[in-house]
Ligand binder design. Structure first.
Ligand code: SF4
Ligand code: SF4
Length: 482
């Protein structure tokens, strides 16, 4: 029995995009090549010839109390929690499969596949065909990678689709035993005898492909990192689903008969119940993605301005500091404004969630702008979100001192010292507070502790020597000299 190809195509209408197939390769280059290229070539070149542009490629500086850890003992704390892992599994493991086929994520999302696909074109080992093929189409129906096996073996004498996993399902089901795995010329050496090109036929017209690729790219940038919860691989899966739903939405508007898998959405120009639900779902997804795009756009602009603020930490925490440079003020205000718009609705923005990182940046910018009460409020909000908050609590104590709330600052520091007596940071800050209050003995006691905990801290040691001399204890001071 030979196959009616057009009837077969409409019955097995699946989503085979030629442009989206490039998305994993772009992602792979971004994930595995771009960071090294940036570090080894781009940043050194910019530092030499265009130093002003370096800040565009580096993250905003950390809030003063935070340190960058290259190692951690809390490995699992660096992993996404259940709130991210479950939707990740649901979207990348189930929704993409339901919408676009069994290997959809492998084809349109996986960066490793992005590297494998171009290399596969040169692989000599492929699914090949003999003259026994009768074009019945069983092989295509059995393929869970959405490969049009019967068409490809007819056109090329082998499967050329890089999505082929060499699982041999098609070989097993062929009633004529016409398929086999064998070695010969690679796919790259065999243009289509019909089109004369190396490009395979795909289901979608190029105009639809271009719209799809644009929706995919916009959705990816809208969703990636939004609220600091969507990791890049999840954003790929979500962008693929969004692009697919946009494609279905477009078909619902234009075509009289539309189906999603075996569910009829529109028949003879009339929407079915499932069609109406799908149309509403597509609209809701579109609105959510557009909203995320707006939030991410404000966040990106905020970070751009934030990177340009050049106020030293020591200056920001100085009680009687020089007036802020007008350029820095303008940049800090712009950054603060965009961070606020990207923040949660009850915090002055139009986002759906507040993120700890953004709250910390808002605290820093408020401090830079001299809005001490606001800086305190943001810091308290960030501390309440949890995590490694001890450095932030030291910053909170410093901020409270700026606001003249010395009693609150001392309470915060003593509380921290009680929690972790081996941390020199609160002791150092307590020494400064006690000294400013005239309690030199108390300051000396705190600095002695700092010296024992962090003997490499030259600044604290010199302060200790100075205070001991002021207290008329030169012999004791001499013990701390080099
Ligand atoms: S390869 Fe086998 S299963 Fe596929 S179309 Fe030919 S005869 Fe049918
Ligand atoms: S080997 Fe597997 S993945 Fe490749 S064409 Fe055959 S059924 Fe599809």
């Amino acid at each position: 029995m030979r196959l009616d190809h057009e009837a077969f195509r409409s019955e097995t209408e699946t989503f085979r995009s030629r442009l989206l197939l490039w998305a994993p390769l772009v992602l792979a280059l971004y994930m595995f090549v771009w960071p090294t290229f940036k570090r080894v070539a781009l940043l050194p070149l910019l530092e030499r010839f265009l130093p002003g542009a370096v800040s565009h490629f580096t993250p905003p500086p950390p809030f003063p109390g935070l340190t960058s850890h290259l190692t951690t003992e809390h490995f699992w704390a660096t992993m996404p929690g259940l709130a991210v892992a479950m939707p990740f599994l649901l979207i990348c493991g189930f929704v993409t499969v339901y919408l676009m086929g069994a290997k959809a994520y492998c084809s349109y999302g996986c960066p490793y596949g992005g590297f494998f696909a171009p290399v596969d074109r040169f692989a000599p080992g492929r699914i090949r065909v003999t003259d026994a093929c009768r074009q019945c189409g069983h092989c295509t129906v059995s393929c869970s990678s959405n490969v049009r096996v019967h068409e490809e073996v007819r056109e090329y004498g082998m499967v050329v689709d890089p999505g082929c996993m060499k699982c041999l399902d098609c070989v097993n089901v062929c009633p004529k035993g016409a398929l086999y795995f064998g070695f010969g010329p690679p796919a790259a050496a065999k243009p289509s005898p019909r089109t004369g090109t190396f490009f395979r036929a795909y289901d979608l017209p190029l105009s639809e492909e271009i719209v799809l690729a644009a929706v995919f790219a916009l959705s990816f940038f809208a969703l990636r990192g939004v609220y600091d919860v969507i990791p890049v691989l999840m954003a790929m899966g979500m962008a693929g689903c969004t692009a697919y739903l946009a494609w279905i939405g477009g078909r619902l508007l234009r075509m009289p008969d539309v189906a999603l898998q075996n569910v009829t959405l529109r028949a003879e120009g009339r929407l079915t119940g499932a069609g109406r639900v799908t149309a509403v779902g597509v609209a809701v997804v579109g609105l959510l993605v557009a909203h995320s795009a707006l939030v991410n756009a404000h966040r990106t602009r905020a970070e751009r301005w934030d990177r340009e603020v050049r106020v030293p930490v020591s200056e920001a925490f100085r009680k009687h500091r020089a007036p802020l440079d007008p350029v820095d003020r303008e940049r800090a205000q712009a950054a603060a404004r965009h961070y606020r718009r990207a923040d949660r609705i009850d915090r002055g923005g139009f986002g759906l969630l507040a993120t700890p990182e953004m709250t910390l940046r808002r605290a820093w910018l408020a401090l830079v702008l001299g809005e001490i009460d606001e800086a305190e409020a943001h810091l308290r909000h960030r501390i309440a979100a949890g995590g490694e908050v001890a450095p932030m609590r030291v910053d909170l104590a410093r901020t409270l001192r700026l606001a003249g709330k010395d009693a609150g600052a001392e309470r915060e520091l003593r509380d921290l010292i009680a929690l972790d007596p081996a941390d020199p940071a609160p002791q150092r800050e307590l020494a400064a507070l006690l000294e400013s209050r005239g309690d030199l003995e108390g300051a000396v006691a705190a600095l002695v502790v700092v010296h024992h905990l962090a003997p490499e801290d030259r600044g604290s040691r010199e302060r200790l020597i100075y205070l001991l001399l002021r207290l008329g204890r030169p012999r004791e001071a001499a013990r701390y000299r080099d």
